[in-house]
Each structure stands twice: as C-alpha cells, then as structure tokens.
Design a binder for this molecule. Structure first.
Ligand code: HEM
Ligand code: SF4
Ligand code: SF4
Length: 348
C-alpha cells in the first residue's frame, strides 16, 4: 500500500514539474497548488481523478521512457486501496472490490432468503411480503451500510485535511458531479477510455444514464413509501408518481449499465486498477440486473411469474444495499467528498 502511494507521489512530482496536462481535469490544478505531497494529499488526488485517461495518451513520458508515467493507473490503485482501508471492516471491502463472484454469492443468498421465507404464489406485491416486513428488512439493510459509509467519509475527511464545509463548496461539488465535469476532457471533447488517443463521449453518456436512472428509481421507491403511508398502497397505475419515475428510471439504469459493461472490456486494464476489475464488472452487472428485474416485475403483473420476478428483484436490491460500502458503489460518496475538498483547495 505504501509502495503504491510512493509510486503515485513519484509520478505526481514529475507532473508538477511538467504541467503539460493542466487543462484536462481538476487533478492538475490541484497538483500545482502544492510542492510536497503527504499521504492524505495523494488520497485526495486519487479520488479526484476520474480515470478519463487523457493524460496517459498525451504524455511523452510513458513507457518505454524511463519515467514510465501511468498516472491514471497509479491513482486508480491508490483510490481502490483508500476505499478498502477507510471502510470498516476493511477485509470485507477487499473481498467484494476484488471478486465479482463474491457479489453473485451474496445475491444468490439474498434471493434464496426471499424465496424461502415468503410465499411466491401471489397476485400483488404485498401478498408476497407485507409492507411492515419489507420495511423491517430493507430499512436496516439500507441505513446500516449508509452509517458505515458516513464513518468512512469522516475518516477520509480527516486524512485529506478537510475543514468545515460551506454551501458554496457543496454547490460547486454537486454541480461538477452532476455533469461529470472531469470526464469531459477539459474542453467537452470527452474522455479517452475506450478509443485511446481518440476522444469519446460514450462512457460519460452511459454513466449519466446509470446515475440519473438510479436516482429516479430511488425517488420512485421513496414516492411509493410516502403514498403507502398516505393511505394509497401499491399497485400503482402507469400515470402515478412511482411509475412515472420508476419505469423511465429502470430503462435508463438498465441501458446505461449495459453500455458501461460493453465499454469496459475495450479499455486498457493497466490504466485502471487491474486487481479490482472483476469486482467493478460485478457491480455494473448487478446494477443492470436490478434495473432489468424491476422492469420485468412490472411486465409480469397478473402472471404466474410475478412471485419469482419479485424474488429476483428484491434479492438484487438487497445485495446492492448490503454491499454499498464494499462495492464500487462507494465511489459516488468518495468522489463527491473529493470534489468538495477540491472546492476548498480552490478557496471557494
Ligand atoms: C457523486 C456522484 C458520482 C460521481 C462523481 C461518479 C463518478 C464516476 C466516475 C468518474 C467513474 C469512472 C471512473 C471509475 O470507474 O472510477 C464512474 C464509474 C461508474 N459509476 Fe459513478 N459516479 C457517481 C455516482 C454514481 C452512482 C449513484 C452510480 C449508480 C448507482 C454510479 C455508477 C457507476 C458505474 C456503474 C460506473 C462504472 C464502473 C466501471 O466501469 O468499473 N455512479 N463514476
Ligand atoms: S501526465 Fe505526462 S504530460 Fe501530463 S503533466 Fe504528467 S508528465 Fe506531463
Ligand atoms: S486520468 Fe483524466 S481525470 Fe485522471 S488525472 Fe488523468 S486527465 Fe485527470
């Protein structure tokens, strides 16, 4: 782990002298604000890097040059290490970040749990699981991982020397996260993920589909919960808020995840962290499956397949929630924190 930080520091110091890539992303302006880089600074720069790979393909010091620059790869290794180190218990994070198969095992267990404990010959959602039982299982499965993530972010904040957050800093970070600013190549031309020297907007577009699709699905679930307590239980009609958010959200999430899964093998693995490739792919597929099974559940209304589709969908949602601190899902939280810290560094 120390070796990885030292290797990233070596490369960052070369970049600080060179400064050719200044316009690509927020990492280079952040580098030029410092002369010496402590461990916390390297953790911050690693989480700020969006792995667009533009700097690698622009660099005159990559192998076979003796400097052997590969900044996206060096920062990706430190980034993955930081999530494993800061999330408790770190052994769990190591397993799920590295092995997509471990995720599948949890998914199968979660689905088996739903199949064994609940009736599957059902006509509506709540015949399978009464609303109170659903809340009793899913609320802790959601809140406990969030609490672990909050703890990890607090440790991150201390490590990177973060100070009190202002509204202006938070607004700037949310704006950059919402537009995925650091994947635009600096001038809006896109990143170099899958087409190497040539720019592409594919990965950013697919990510936005996943991000907004996921947020719409989440908002749909929240709307359903509010309506339930307001005395309007499921199932909901197509023009209701849960459906208006959930159906397009599910389509976006599924298509975006399929797009990312197709693009991922096209990128050069050594420009990321090769050791966590399997876990990352597992996460992309789990997201896609969650979206697709939600849509299939809607389509299966009134058929005998309903109970089985529910088991698969609830199993995938449960897996997604439980593994939030230990899967790639955690990147959204850490990256947002890094953007807030960067806004502080810029003096906002
Ligand atoms: C603060 C908000 C977020 C930011 C700034 C962000 C940023 C990024 C960046 C820069 C990447 C590409 C580099 C990498 O693979 O690490 C990425 C990948 C990805 N993100 Fe996000 N993200 C955010 C939230 C989310 C959310 C909420 C989801 C879905 C629930 C999501 C799903 C994904 C997926 C599936 C990938 C591809 C992973 C892979 O190919 O290995 N992101 N994100
Ligand atoms: S990645 Fe290469 S070209 Fe870019 S700033 Fe660093 S050393 Fe210079
Ligand atoms: S890979 Fe992209 S985001 Fe990361 S440092 Fe290089 S140019 Fe910046």
């Amino acid at each position: 782990m120390l070796d990885r930080v030292q290797e990233a520091r070596r490369q960052i110091e070369i970049c600080n002298a060179c400064r050719y890539c200044e316009g690509y992303c927020a990492v280079f302006p952040a580098i030029t604000r410092d002369r010496a880089f402590a461990g916390g600074d390297i953790t911050q720069l690693a989480n700020l890097c969006h792995n667009c790979r533009g700097c690698y393909y622009a660099c005159q010091y990559t192998e076979p040059h003796e400097f052997a620059l590969n900044l996206p790869g060096a920062l990706a290794e430190v980034r993955a290490d930081s999530w494993e180190r800061l999330v408790w218990p770190s052994g769990f994070a190591r397993v799920f970040q590295r092995y997509g198969g471990a995720m599948v095992a949890v998914f199968l267990l979660a689905t088996f749990f739903v199949v064994t404990w609940f009736r599957l010959d059902v006509e509506t959602f709540y015949d399978l699981i009464p609303h109170e039982v659903l809340v009793a299982i899913f609320l802790p499965a959601f809140v406990a991982p969030l609490a672990l993530i909050a703890l990890a972010l607090w440790r991150y904040w201390r490590e990177v020397g973060g100070t009190r957050i202002t509204w202006a800093q938070l607004r700037a970070a949310l704006r950059d996260a919402a537009r995925l600013k650091n994947l635009d190549g600096g001038q809006g031309q896109g990143c170099n993920f899958e087409r190497e020297e040539r720019y592409t907007k594919g990965r950013r577009a697919m990510h936005q589909a996943v991000l907004y699709g996921f947020l719409m699905c989440f908002a749909s679930t929240c709307a359903g919960t509010v309506l339930h307590y307001a005395g309007w239980p499921a199932p909901y009609a197509i023009w209701s808020l849960p459906k208006l958010l959930g159906v397009p959200g599910g389509v976006l999430l599924t298509l975006g995840a399929v797009g990312l899964a197709v693009l991922k093998p096209k990128g050069d693995r050594k420009l990321g962290a090769p050791g966590v490739w399997g876990g990352e792919m597992g996460f992309v597929l789990l997201l896609g499956f969650t979206g697709a099974s939600g849509l299939a559940l809607y389509a299966a209304r009134g058929t005998e397949a309903l109970g089985y589709m529910m088991a698969l969908h609830l199993g995938s949602v449960l897996t997604l929630f439980l593994l939030m601190p230990y899967s790639k899902m955690v990147h959204g939280f850490f990256r947002l924190a890094a953007l807030v810290r960067d806004a502080q560094g810029k003096g906002l």
